[in-house]
Design a protein around this ligand. Structure first.
Ligand code: NAP
Length: 259
């Protein structure tokens, strides 16, 4: 049993859908105040209602994670509404599939900015609020794709997700003087709106290649994030946890067939 995070305030980028919404729901269920961030306001009211329905308080703020001023506005909104900031879950990300032959420099930059630069910008925006508190928790959503595995069409994505882990190591050292820890969750294939966009064939073959024989649930990632956020994880920083149902374990198709 982890010490309660009731009344603590968390920003969750990409919190209106998929993994971000799962993280936010796990935190809201513990009584946290969650600030859901996405570019479009459309999903906001429904996501806010869901968080309130499980016992948390919630607001939605529309912002693009590639825009530092917009992220500073999110932090200001969190402080104005809930009196401070305790937790940042830098989760928003995109995964368009494009092979190198078809990829333009702009395609590359768009993914790197949305997935990697946003980690830096989100932490930079949150840091003054953490300094006021004298403590803080950051959880990045990275991936197995890039740091551990590869998949055709995701060179830019893999680079962005591996890059987040490079950022993590030095950020952990720099943030330690403010009482802030930063860690990363590395999801395998988690059933989200974004993943569903890759088609049923992708979902079926992926599930068959996972030892636990199912895609992950968004709350599988939320529970891992909750551990990093907890008081009990206070001596852990700069670290990662793979949450993939064993997907990165098999050496071959034969190894999967043996299960
Ligand atoms: P998703 O279902 O497509 O949801 C993405 C969320 O991010 C939405 O709320 C979206 O809202 C928001 N978002 C996207 N671009 C944004 C931007 N520029 N500024 C602000 N918000 C933005 O995606 P997901 O599958 O949950 O993935 C979430 C994270 O998990 C990503 O970092 C992804 O790389 C990582 N991940 C996912 C999987 C998986 O299997 N699903 C596996 C490994 C890692 P708007 O579009 O309204 O802005």
């Amino acid at each position: 049993m982890l010490t309660s995070i009731e009344g603590r305030t968390a920003i969750v980028t990409g919190g209106t859908k998929g993994i971000g919404r799962g993280i936010a729901r796990v935190l809201a269920r513990q009584g946290a105040n969650v600030v859901l961030v996405s570019r479009t306001a459309g999903d906001g009211p429904e996501a806010v209602a869901e968080m309130e329905g499980v016992g948390g308080k919630a607001i939605h703020v529309a912002a693009d994670v590639t825009d530092l001023a917009a992220l500073e506005g999110v932090v200001a909104e969190a402080e104005a509404t809930y009196g401070g900031l305790d937790i940042l879950c830098a989760n928003a990300g995109i995964f368009p599939q494009l092979k190198i032959v078809d990829m333009s420099p702009d395609d590359w930059d768009h993914v790197l900015q949305t997935n990697l630069k946003s980690s830096f910008l989100s932490v930079k925006a949150a840091l003054p609020a953490f300094q006021k508190r004298g403590r803080g928790r950051v959880v990045l959503t990275s991936s197995i794709t890039g740091p551990i595995t590869g998949f055709p069409g995701w060179t830019h994505y893999g680079a962005s997700k591996a890059g987040q882990l490079g950022f993590l190591k030095t950020a952990a050292m720099e943030l330690s003087r403010y009482g802030v820890t930063i860690n990363a969750v590395m999801p395998g294939n988690i059933l989200t709106e974004g993943l569903e966009g890759l088609g049923q064939g992708y979902l079926d073959t992926m599930a068959a290649s996972i030892p636990l024989k199912r895609l992950g649930d968004v709350e599988d990632i939320g529970n891992a994030a909750l551990f990093f956020i907890s008081d009990e994880a206070g001596y852990i920083t700069g670290q990662t946890i793979v949450v993939d149902g064993g997907q990165t374990l098999p050496e071959s198709l034969e190894a999967i067939a043996e299960i």
